[in-house]
Design a protein around this ligand. Structure first.
Ligand SMILES: Cc1cc2nc3c(=O)[nH]c(=O)nc-3n(C[C@H](O)[C@H](O)[C@H](O)COP(=O)(O)OP(=O)(O)OC[C@H]3O[C@@H](n4cnc5c(N)ncnc54)[C@H](O)[C@@H]3O)c2cc1C
Length: 401
């Protein structure tokens, strides 16, 4: 296929921004249009539940590119514009305002959206979700000493938000239906580490509970009702119960969709002119030997190099192992690979002091590793996973003097 003239990218998050950057870096000199339904130029989300939420990171630090970058690179950035329709036969995108936009190649970088709780009074003011800069600003305004913050869901976002609220001096209750936080991702032994961390930092962590409704008046939420009828007082509620990929556009256009837009290892969808990248892409992974949809920063950062090459008709395959990180209180962690919660866990280091490396092992081979307050080991863990080696081949680095 000849090189495309117009590449349209829908979704101006990290994956969309890095895609247009990679297209120019690969030498594409045709037209590039980047649509984003938010009002801000592309920004990175991790700080929204950490440094930015805590008031430590400046607002300017979250943006992917300086403001002038898009014009300087001849990228037609259309902010505040939702793409509402996709006509695959005419190769056109529809928006509420303006003429249809023709594309030669299309990249879907529409990301994910928080799962909403459909419960009585779930729309009361004071019931928050956390995905956007505006969401983070709204939480910053209510995280104050003495405020009762109730977090629904002890996943990554819920726990990071709980840590930020504690840091601001709020009284924090976390409600989780599972027996432990992060149980499905980390398995019971590692999940226990995070339960201990939050309890030691003063969080009232209530496990195995269900939320049945919210309480309050027209102007504000005042409480969260549990399945047993009891009510937890709340001045603010943060719901963090997972995210769903934004697939409406893809689905209505008839693309293959199943927990994300289905793409091959080159990130090409069931339509050869259309690609998907970042949180919305459910991609065949050559190393893992299965499809995987990864909702993490590193994936949105690195997949764009591959999608840009694929769009331009060059060979490229995305085969990086999934990687993510979190920061909560004084715990910093990185995780690489992909384990199931019931894989065997081998620990090197001091679990009680929360300075250790955990390795998940399946059939004698390391499939994932997590370093907690131990640094510069991720490359080594990645090498061990890729070489199919056992946990014995990993040694903790000597503590630095
Ligand atoms: C609070 C928070 C903290 C996080 N912390 C971490 C972390 O510590 N570590 C980590 O690895 N990952 C973290 N993540 C995950 C990481 O931020 C995501 O994986 C990453 O943002 C995915 O980027 P993306 O560009 O694929 O999607 P998104 O960031 O969701 O961007 C997609 C954009 O497309 C827009 N869009 C959607 N549909 C349309 C349409 N039809 N028309 C126009 N625009 C549209 C959306 O509004 C959005 O702006 C965090 C996420 C959040 C929300």
């Amino acid at each position: 296929m000849s090189e495309p003239r117009t590449v349209a990218v829908v979704g101006a998050g990290l994956a969309g921004a890095k895609t247009v950057e990679a297209l120019r870096a690969e030498g594409h000199d045709g037209r590039i249009i980047l649509f984003g339904d938010e009002l801000y130029r592309p920004y990175e989300r991790p700080a929204l539940s950490k440094g930015y939420l805590q008031g430590n990171d400046a607002r300017g630090s979250v943006f992917v590119h300086p403001e002038d970058w898009y014009a300087e690179h001849d990228v037609d950035l259309r902010l505040g514009v939702e793409v509402t329709g996709l006509d695959r036969h005419a190769h056109e995108l529809m928006t509420h305002d303006g003429e249809p936009v023709r594309y030669d190649r299309l990249v879907l970088a529409t990301g994910a959206a928080p799962r909403r709780l459909r419960l009585p009074c779930a729309d009361l003011p004071g019931v928050h979700y956390l995905r956007t800069l505006d969401d983070s600003d709204a939480l910053r305004a209510v995280f104050r000493p003495g405020t009762n913050v109730v977090v629904v869901g002890a996943g990554w976002i819920g726990l990071e938000t709980a840590a930020a609220a504690r840091g601001a001096g709020a009284t924090v209750t976390v409600l989780e239906s599972a027996e432990l936080p992060l149980l499905r991702v980390l398995g019971p032994r590692m999940a226990q580490v995070f339960a201990g961390l939050h309890r030691e930092n003063g969080v009232d962590l209530r496990l195995g509970v269900t939320v049945s409704a919210f309480r309050g008046g027209p102007s504000a939420v005042t409480g969260v009702e549990l399945g047993d009828g009891s009510v937890v007082a709340a001045d603010a509620v943060v719901v963090g119960v997972g995210a769903s990929p934004n697939v409406d556009l893809a689905r209505s256009a008839g693309l293959d969709v199943d927990d994300g837009v289905l793409v091959d290892a080159s990130l090409r969808s069931s339509d050869s002119r259309i690609f998907a990248v970042g949180d919305v892409a459910n991609a065949q992974h050559p190393v893992l030997g299965r499809r995987i949809r990864v909702e993490h920063w590193a994936n949105a950062l690195h997949q764009p190099e591959v999608v840009a090459r694929s769009v331009l008709g060059r060979d490229a395959v995305y085969d990086r192992l999934p990687y993510f990180f979190t920061d909560q209180y004084d715990l910093g962690m990185e995780y690489v690979g992909h384990a199931d919660a019931d894989d065997e866990v081998v620990v090197r280091g001091d679990l009680d002091a929360r300075a250790f490396v955990a390795l998940w092992v399946r059939d004698g081979r390391v499939v994932a590793g997590m370093n907690v307050n131990v640094w510069d080991v991720t490359d080594r863990i990645r090498d061990i996973i890729l070489a199919g080696q056992s946990a014995d081949t990993f040694e903790l680095p000597a503590p630095s003097a």
